[in-house]
Design a protein around this ligand. Structure first.
Ligand SMILES: CC(C)(COP(=O)(O)OP(=O)(O)OC[C@H]1O[C@@H](n2cnc3c(N)ncnc32)[C@H](O)[C@@H]1OP(=O)(O)O)[C@@H](O)C(=O)NCCC(=O)NCCS
Length: 194
């Protein structure tokens, strides 16, 4: 089936999260996507402010997703990690992936970020200027295919001489503390025994 109306791209909201997760499971497979090395840089972190995008189709459902994350490219070099990018198969080959990428790159530039890195299909991302030469001196925290580890400088020289491990630097997702969790358990136990 082919969709007929152009999806609208906006900043992702909490209401989009469940549908975004379902779209990513459909596009990549849940186990496979959570096993990716790039996921080690995203898990437990919030995406960069103003850089999590959702595309909504004509019925309001999420049909495209793209987020960027704060990382350090080696010691003390701020950069962004892009991904995952996914478009629902009904909406592919109509420029939505390109539109999400264009919005993400222009917003990241406007917000003053210097560089974006990603792990993905080089033939797709080359059209946006991503190049494996820019990440030659960098490593990811797990196994990765170097020909798929790509960089883009938003500010000339932002990745020049970058060397070392890429590590996550984004804000940590708020989680209840162990004490709070134990408190909830005890409260539930009290309710049960009342
Ligand atoms: C990759 C993806 C986001 C592209 O979305 P899209 O909306 O179809 O992209 P666009 O319409 O902007 O671009 C389509 C073009 O990209 C090409 N393309 C799509 N996926 C590609 C890939 N993995 N490698 C190379 N080229 C690719 C198409 O052949 C088409 O080429 P053309 O312009 O010469 O006809 C989408 O196919 C998808 O969600 N795939 C599954 C998840 C995924 O693999 N995501 C990340 C890629 S590493």
């Amino acid at each position: 089936m082919l969709a007929t109306t152009t999806p609208v791209i906006s900043i992702e909201t909490e209401a989009d999260i469940a549908q975004r997760e379902a779209l990513l499971d459909l596009a990549f497979g849940r186990a496979a996507r959570l096993a990716k090395t790039s996921e080690r840089l995203r898990e437990g972190r919030k995406p960069a402010d103003g850089l999590a995008f959702a595309a909504h189709g004509p019925d309001g459902r999420v049909v495209g997703t793209l987020r960027l994350w704060h990382v350090s490219a080696g010691p003390d070099r701020a950069a962004l990690l892009l991904g995952p990018l996914a478009v629902h198969h009904w909406f592919r080959d109509r420029g939505l992936g390109r539109a999400l990428m264009s919005v993400a790159i222009s917003e990241a530039t406007r917000l003053g970020h210097g560089a974006i890195m990603l792990v993905g299909d080089a033939p797709y991302y080359a059209r946006f200027g991503f190049d494996p030469a820019l990440t030659e001196g960098l490593w990811l925290p797990g196994s990765f295919d170097r020909s798929r580890f790509l960089g883009l400088e938003l500010r000339p020289g932002a990745l020049a001489g970058a060397r070392g491990l890429v590590s996550p630097t984004g804000d940590v997702v708020d989680m209840p503390s162990l004490v709070e969790l134990m408190g909830q358990e005890e409260a539930a136990e009290l309710r049960r025994s009342a």
